[in-house]
Structure formats: structure tokens, C-alpha cells
Ligand binder design. Sequence first.
Ligand code: MN
Ligand code: MN
Length: 464
Amino acid sequence: MEKEKTTEELLKEKLFYKKENAFKCASEDYKEKVNAYGEGYKAFLDNAKTEREAVSEGVKMLKAEGYVEYKLGDKVEKGGKYYLNNRGKSLYAFKIGSEDIENGVRICAAHIDSPRLDLKQHPLYENESFAYFKTHYYGGIRKYQWVTIPLAIHGVVTLINGENVEITIGEDENDPVFCITDLLPHLAREQATKPMSAVFTGEGMNILIGSEPYGECDEAVKLHMLKILNEKYGICESDFMSAELTALPAGKAKDLGLDKSMIIGYGHDDKVCAYPCLTSLIESENSPHTVMCILADKEEIGSEGVSGMKCILLVDLIEELARSLGANGNIVRANSMCLSADVNAGYDPLFPEVYEKRNAAIVNCGVVMSKYTGSGGKSGTSDASAEFVAYLRKIFAEEGVIWQTAELGKVDVGGGGTVAKYVANQNITTVDVGVAVLSMHAPYEVIAKTDLYETHKAFCAFCK
Ligand code: MN
Ligand code: MN
């Protein structure tokens, strides 16, 4: 016999809010779905380490679902499925709904660039018979985390004739990898007393790439490296000037934990939201709404430039779609809604001092909504409206989405931003929704599979 609940207990149930863990009452069927979705995501993550690779993977997924390439000015039709590949570095995919496009577009926008070490334009040098690549780090990295780990080189070299040479070294089982060396503890007595920022400097992030000389001459190791690159890729030293090569953590994403409930991998921020943006667009097939998935570049360095979310392309694209369908683009944007899909800081019990737990993202408690981001008194956030949050509460409840609200850390401890404000600035109602991450911006970040799956469910509910 179950004990009868007291009046206080009943009143608490009625009045209190309680954050639920996704594993509470989770059926075997639910866990199977969570795991199956995680497998698809890991495959995507392994093939989408850079923004260019993420665009290629996205296009592959979309083509398989009947999406066709769209270029600005093309005619579109109701029911049509299209993607705009923006210079190979950002992607706008959309499905035209059956309803009037002036009812607005449902947009999910994630970013596909991740923190890393970009090679400089003159990267290659030799020092004491070692060859190195000089780097300029991209995005907010804690430099000490990036030394002594195996690094792969990804990217493209554009030759003077316009041909793109794609380079990936360090991912195949038989490939070599690279690394930045560090001092041994035996000789680090003085180093250990210095602040981290003094020990690991930007100019110190030089990647060891070889040690064998070619013949007997000055810079014989550097010569050997160029000989190898020339034989394999047909490039010479001057070609580095028109290249986008980057060093990033080598290897594949893996399940984390004895229970395999989590995934460790490079670039969860923000591929863990980019993937659900794609899958929810694909699943919106029968939705009456026009649905759009944006995978943006350059978020980690301020969303600038032609492939970043500050670019006017989104406005141009909506204008073109509206024109093609005989509608007014300004009205389309005014009635559009956007989930700015980006990660949040998962509460880490090893560092409780930086979180305000009541308002922190708890891993395995579902997709995270942040009404506002920013730092230092909500500075730099678009701060979503109560009305929009209430609307999302309703549709998440209808679709059984497990979700929570959170902000990034304690007030005045730090902060951060997303693409939300750049979309909102175009008169599009926007809020941040995404996955909680542990060790954010580290070479290998951690997420929970249930949170990933609930993010997919949330985006599907929004696009439905
Ligand atoms: Mn992000
Ligand atoms: Mn980030």
C-alpha cells in the first residue's frame, strides 16, 4: 500500500517546479532511441571537424533527403527543399511550407566552427633540427590544454590557379600526428610558480612536425617537410599564404563512462546543436511551416564576415524567398522565430564555485533554454521575451520535451554570447536553446546523449 500524501506534499506538487532528470522513468525504448541518435551524431562529428567539413557533411545529408542546391535569385516552390552553400563555409537549408510564408520562417541556427589552432600564413620553420608550424589560435582556448596531445592538420590550400587542395593528416590509422611539446616536471620548478598565461603564450603554440633532414644543407629538415608536402599535395612554401590549415585534436568521438551515457569528442560546441538542426529540418517534411536550418561560421571569433551570422545574407535570402513567392520579406522576418542553437556550460561538481546551481544547466536534465546570455549585467544579449519563452514552454510540453533553463555561470564570474543577437537584430524573435557541455572549448568536450536527443526533440517540436 502506498502511503497517502500529506496536504503539504500535494500542495508542493501543485506549486513547486522541479527539474527532472531524463533517466527518471526512462523506458528501454527511450534509451534505445537516445543511443541510436547518438551513433548518428558521432559519425557526423567525426566527419565535421571544421566548418568546411561540416558544410560538406550537411550537404550530403540533405541531398540524400532530396534537397537541391539553391542560389540567390532562383525560383522556389511550396513544398520545395533547398540548400544554399555559402562559399563552402556556412549553410542555409530550408523547406518551403504549404502555408503563406508571411506567417514567418521557423529557423534553427547553430555554428559549425570550433576553437582550434590555425596555421599562420608563413607557418613553417626550423629550429635546432626540428621543423615546426607556427599557429595563431582561433576562438577562446585555454592554451595549456592544447599541448602534448596528438593533433591532426585539416584544411585547404588554394593554388594560384584556383584549384583547392584538401588536406587531412592525422585521422587515418596509418597517418602521423603532430603535437606541441611541454616541459618535464623535473625541470619545471620555476615554470610551475608562474601564472598559466605567462607559461603558455600564443607565440609559444608551435607544432612539432618533423626531425629528419634532407641531405646536408641549411634548413635541411624544413626542406624535407616541404619535399614530403610537395610530393603528396603538389604545394610549395608560398602556397601556405593562400591556405586555411588548422591543427585540431586527432581522433574520433567516443562513448564516455561505463554506462556509455556520454560522448567525448572535439567540437561538440557547436556541432552538438548543428546536427539536431539538420535532423529536425529533415523531419519537418510534413510541417505546414517554412523551416530553415542555418549552420554559421565564425561564431567563435565574433560572427564576423561573409560566413558569419552578422553577414546580411540571411536578410537577402529571406527577401529572395519572399519575392519568389510573391510575399513581403519584411513581414516574413517580423513573423519569423529562431532558436539560436548553441551549447551552455554544464554544471560541473568539480568546480561548483563558478555556478549558481539553481540557474545552471544540469547534465541529463534535457535541452537548455537561456532567455539571455551576455556578461556583466546582461550586456551584449538580445534577451528573449517572456511571451516567446511561454510559447516554447507550451510546445515543449505538448511534445514531451525534457528541458530546463540556465544561464552561463554565476553573475559577474564571466559570460559569453551566441549568434542569437545577430538574428534578433534582423527583427526575428530569437532565444538560445542548446546542449549542456562539460570542459567547453577544451580539445575534448563532454556531452550527455539524453541532452542531445532532447535537443533534437525540441527542434522538431519547434519546426512541426
Ligand atoms: Mn558555441
Ligand atoms: Mn564556443
